[in-house]
Design a protein around this ligand. Structure first.
Ligand SMILES: O=C(O)CCC(=O)C(=O)O
Length: 210
């Protein structure tokens, strides 16, 4: 076997063809996007019971199961208010037996569940939350691609999960607005914060999100 001299770091964007060149000949990506839209391909080797917390990615991706079985639970981006997010992850770790005293709104999140077996490919659209558990030892590949114009994405993103730059800028502006409101006495801060929420509900949500 060839000795691989180049040391790959977590700062490299994953590409199974480069990091595991012996496998390159075995890999043929599904023909669903242009070559220049390709972002990464991640080699996934999982032990039985391995669970990945509920999170979203900002790029579309295929989860390709080569061997073994996985259970994937998906939640719509519209259910974000019920998932107790911290960044891109949900704080509800046990989705099968959630702590409802702590996370009461979680019951409102609608779950879509599927079983992935060898040869199956699951399309996970950007922003859809997913929680993955390996039911047996398995090998798989994730393929991520950019479906927005490439300038929308954060250039420092290595995992396909950094929010688009416009979303990050908007979040910073919102933080500044909240700091500005803090200059007011509590009663006024509360009133104007509620008005801001109403303004966002009125202006920013797409009609499909209502
Ligand atoms: O299969 C896994 O272990 C994780 C897959 C995943 O998180 C993804 O497709 O983004």
């Amino acid at each position: 076997m060839l000795l691989q001299l180049r040391r790959w770091t977590s700062l490299d964007v994953a590409d199974i063809r480069k990091q595991f060149p012996l496998l390159e000949g075995d890999i043929k990506f599904p023909n669903f996007f242009q070559k220049e839209q390709f972002f990464s391909s991640v080699f996934r080797i999982s032990s039985p019971g391995l669970q990945l917390w509920t999170h979203y990615d900002v790029m579309d991706n295929f989860l390709i199961q080569v061997t073994g079985k996985k259970r994937v639970v998906l939640f719509s981006p519209r259910d974000a208010p019920y998932l107790y997010l911290s960044g891109t992850k949900s704080q509800v770790l046990n989705i099968d037996n959630p702590d409802l005293a702590r996370y009461p709104l979680f019951t409102k999140a609608r779950r879509y569940e599927c079983a992935l077996e060898a040869g199956d490919i699951l399309f996970i659209p950007a922003l859809w939350f997913h929680n993955v558990i390996s039911e047996e030892f398995g090998v798989g590949v994730n393929v991520f691609w950019k479906h927005l114009p490439s300038e929308c994405y954060d250039k420092t993103d290595t995992y396909g999960n950094k929010d688009p730059t416009a979303a990050s800028r908007a979040a910073q502006i919102l933080d500044r607005a909240l700091k500005t409101l803090a200059e007011l006495p509590e009663e006024y801060r509360d009133f104007y914060a509620r008005r801001m929420v109403l303004h966002i509900q009125d202006k920013a949500y797409s009609k499909n999100f209502e």
